[in-house]
Write a protein that binds this ligand. Structure first.
Ligand code: SAM
Length: 305
């Protein structure tokens, strides 16, 4: 079951005859719930072409009410145009990051527990994690591990990788894990030593923050009054991007951080906060699904002005 599904669908406020976007289709759990909840129209997006089969099943069941587009959500504006829409009346939901299907398939290279190629591309296109690692110098690699993974041993891991990558080709997940473990020998038992580095390399390989920033900017433009924007994030950096953006569009605080997306001069505050604090998963969900432990849901609504 996808993380925080009940909370996310509730936050989206699904109503009859309105248009919704599920920007991260995955296994289609959220999408199906939206379609069940009301007689609405749903356009779902995923950059991973392997999810098409799940989408086909929903298409058979929900026919005209459901459309699937295999693309990056950063292209949301052109995607809705191609589907004859300029505004979204109901809302947009994005459950960010990697799916359990992607994590569980060793061939995709997302998992530090399974041996597979050092790939990590959600779309199956572009630069692989292996190519990324070989394209960077020690400083650049350390920067990614630190900035996208909060990896406190980023410099030492980067040094190790650069030193070893030309001795034996670094082309599998477990070869990378072995190098990381040489640096992080006595790390805490609860967290795998490669967790942070894998997260950082995945974010960099898929340029996740760039896409998220674009999605936020477009959503601000295309949501109709009364429509909701619901984001589920999985780590602090991602949540910070959403939080700053929401603070800015709800008039709570100007975005002074030049690294975060800047809303193009909002003259009037057009959004209101639905939940002041981020909504967190229940303790039961955290117990049954470890991935839920870092989830945070934030929601805003376009005001009628
Ligand atoms: C956590 S899963 C979503 C699970 C989904 N809510 C469900 O009910 O099954 C995230 C999905 O978003 C997709 N994704 C991540 N970033 C994306 C992007 N920039 N554009 C389109 N899809 C993206 C991934 O390929 C993955 O399938």
């Amino acid at each position: 079951m996808p993380v925080m599904m009940k909370e996310a669908i509730e936050a989206l406020n699904v109503r009859n005859n309105l248009d919704y976007i599920d920007a991260t289709f995955g296994g289609g759990g959220y999408s199906e719930e939206i379609l069940k909840k009301a007689d609405c129209n749903l356009l779902s997006i995923d950059k991973d072409p392997t999810v098409k089969n799940y989408a086909k099943k929903l298409k058979v069941k929900y026919k005209k009410r459901f459309t699937f587009v295999n693309d990056d959500f950063e292209n949301l504006e052109s995607i809705i145009k191609e589907n004859n829409k300029t505004l979204i009346s109901g809302g947009i939901v994005a459950d960010l990051g990697v799916s359990s299907f992607q994590l569980d398939n060793a061939e995709r290279g997302f998992s530090f527990n399974k041996d597979g190629p050092l790939d990590m591309r959600m779309s199956g296109k572009g630069t692989t994690a292996q190519e990324l690692i070989y394209s960077l110098d020690e400083k650049g690699l350390a920067k990614i591990l630190w900035e996208y993974g909060d990896e406190e041993k980023s410099k030492a891991i980067a040094k190790m990788i650069i030193k070893e990558r030309n001795k034996e080709v670094l082309d599998t997940t477990l070869k990378l894990v072995k190098l990381i473990k040489r640096v992080k020998k006595s790390d805490n038992k609860k967290k795998h030593p490669a967790t942070k580095s894998f997260q950082a390399l995945r974010i960099a390989t898929n340029q996740e923050f760039k896409s998220l920033e674009k999605l936020l900017m477009i959503s601000e433009k295309i949501l109709s009054p009364g429509a909701r924007l619901v984001l589920i994030t999985f780590h602090s950096l991602e949540d910070r991007i959403v939080k700053f953006f929401f603070n800015e569009i709800t008039g709570k605080q100007e975005n002074l951080n030049r690294h975060l997306p800047q809303v193009i001069k909002i003259k009037k505050v057009k959004f209101k906060v639905i939940s002041k604090k981020p909504i967190l998963p229940s303790s039961n969900e955290i117990k049954s699904n470890r991935r839920a432990r870092s989830a945070k849901l934030r929601v805003v609504e376009r005001m009628v002005i």
